[in-house]
Design a protein around this ligand. Structure first.
Ligand code: BJW
Ligand code: ZN
Length: 262
């Protein structure tokens, strides 16, 4: 592992960034922290709702025991998120998608801020707070524009109980999402791991897969994580300050486009 200060992107990383054709970015709650979204862990704080740690209120068991309470918690968060905007980290990542021949963004976040910044085809490993899923007919509904009163809302198709379409502890990830991400992890040349404590699996295994397959793995985080030792470089600092620094670096695709233009 090679530590780096905020202002330094090593020559090796500059070259890797300039020449890479296949890039994978994995993000976690920290990428949204500068937008005002609270993280789950770190900073000595653990998110709690009415005295329950998030690992209890955001659990599969809680959906079974008390769905209206789960909805109260998610409605509160939907209210907070509705007014928040993407930050320079989301914006930098959105620009990267047109800079490389193959670019894949995988997020553990459910806040939709990558899409708001312009990212396309985002692999959402843990679902979206802006979608619901019917416990009875399994229909998904986009409910971004809707406000719910307290209590579990009813399915627009069958009248059954809706739940947030997010992956709670002990639940399976959406079919195919991790598998698609793992395929990219196995072939990418450069893998950025941004703003995740890297303790929740299987998401945390993606950089491990990438590293084992020979990718150059770069972590961006103000704090060290269990993944830091595995990384080729650790850029210690805030994503919203570090990621925009890459904007000034050239990369092969941009150069090719420039050559074609001239
Ligand atoms: C900044 C910053 C700035 C701050 N800039 N950075 C293998 C081993 C052990 C356990 C398991 C295993 N495989 C599976 C498990 C079980 C479990 C698990 O991983 N448990 C571990 C915690 C022990 N995994 C699961 O249950 C998963 N399901 C599954 O594997 O299904 C198969 C299966 C089923 C049943 C049995 C067996 C297998 C599902 C995981 C779903 C996670 N869901 C949550 C809640 C979503 C709903 C909600 O929002 O309420 O997703 S948990 C929570 O953690 C949320 C996040 O997506 C996830 C990851 O957190 P993240 O993003 O890393 O955030 P933080 O807060 O932890 O870290 C923030 C970081 O940002 C910090 O490092 C800061 O320093 C940094 N930061 N400011 C850059 N400005
Ligand atoms: Zn239904």
């Amino acid at each position: 592992m090679q530590a780096a200060t905020m202002s330094i992107i090593s020559d090796k990383l500059r070259t890797r960034f300039a020449l890479a054709t296949n890039v994978l970015v994995l993000t976690g709650a920290g990428v949204s922290a500068e937008s005002g979204v609270p993280t789950f862990r770190g900073g000595g704080n653990t998110a709690v709702w009415k005295g329950m740690p998030f690992s209890v209120i955001s659990s599969a068991g809680m959906v079974e025991r008390d769905l209206p309470e789960v909805w109260e918690w998610f409605n509160y968060r939907r209210g907070v998120l509705a007014s928040l905007k993407p930050n320079p980290a989301h914006e930098a990542i959105a620009r990267w998608q047109d800079s490389f021949d193959d670019f894949t963004l995988v997020t553990q976040n459910i806040d939709g801020l990558h899409q708001s910044a312009g990212s396309r085809d985002v692999i959402e490993l843990h679902g979206s707070i802006w979608r619901t899923r019917c416990l009875d007919c399994d229909a998904r509904h986009n409910v971004r524009e809707l406000k719910f009163d307290n209590g579990a809302p009813a399915c627009f198709d069958c009248g059954g109980h809706l739940r947030p379409d997010v992956v709670l502890f002990g639940e399976m990830l959406p079919t195919g999402a991790f598998e698609r991400a793992a395929v990219v992890a196995g072939i990418c040349e450069l893998c950025f791991v941004v703003g995740t404590s890297a303790v929740v699996y299987p998401a945390a295994s993606l950089p491990e897969i990438a590293r084992a397959a020979g990718a150059y793995v770069v972590e961006v985080n103000p704090e060290l994580t269990p993944l830091s030792d595995l990384c080729d470089e650790v850029l210690t600092g805030k994503a919203g300050e570090i990621l925009p620094m890459f904007q000034t670096l050239g990369h092969k695709k941009a150069q090719k486009a420039q050559d074609n233009f001239e």
